[in-house]
Design a protein around this ligand. Structure first.
Ligand code: 5GP
Length: 179
């Protein structure tokens, strides 16, 4: 019988157990170690959701690297009607350096598309996306996701850093919303 947890008013069932997550994180980290050998990448982990994934991933990375935890902020620019996005917390100079974005989940892909646009203005030498999860069925933009631990169906998930209304981040397994 699958493990069920309650997060606020909703029930969730285990869909990806801890062992599977850890194996996939190790697989992706090994690929990064191989592909980035001789380079010194800067990892940019997007808060809040990626903090657990980033912590596990980084401990499997054995090449020289830096990490910075960033947040995507949106605000209305003075005198414009358009939404402006900025990367908050980018306290590493990425100019001329390879950057690996660490994301919890790519859903429509719009967040990552905005992040790529904004990051390019900081002139890194390259940008790769590394995501824990990807919902291929929800993708709305063409996005080159070089590193992906797992592809999942279009269901809502929590756990391992991902939240439901701020709760449920503190689990080792990943859970899917019950019908
Ligand atoms: P996108 O811009 O790709 O549509 O959305 C990305 C963001 O939406 C993720 O960083 C995450 O915060 C949130 N998100 C998308 N799907 C889920 C989900 O199934 N569960 C949770 N907890 N957050 C999700």
């Amino acid at each position: 019988m699958s493990k069920i947890i309650q997060v606020k008013d909703k029930k969730f069932a285990v869909s990806i157990p801890e062992e599977k997550i850890q194996a996939e994180v190790k697989r992706v980290a090994a690929a990064i170690n191989r592909d980035y050998a001789g380079q010194e990448p800067v990892f940019l982990a997007v808060l809040n959701g990626s903090f657990v994934f980033a912590a596990d991933l980084m401990r499997e990375i054995d090449i020289p690297c830096e990490i910075s935890f960033v947040r995507l902020a949106s605000y209305q620019g003075m005198g414009t009607t358009g939404e402006i996005r900025e990367i908050m917390g980018l306290n590493v100079d990425v100019t001329g350096r390879p950057v690996i974005i660490v994301e919890d989940i790519v859903d429509t892909g719009l967040t990552m598309a905005h992040m790529l646009d904004t990051l390019k203005k900081h002139n890194p030498s390259s940008i790769d996306i590394c995501t824990l999860l990807l919902k291929p069925g929800k993708l709305q933009v063409s996005l080159d996701v070089r590193y992906c631990c797992m592809e999942i169906p279009n269901d809502f998930i929590v756990g391992y850093g991902l939240d439901y209304d701020g709760y449920g981040r503190n689990t080792k397994d990943i859970y899917t919303l019950c019908d």
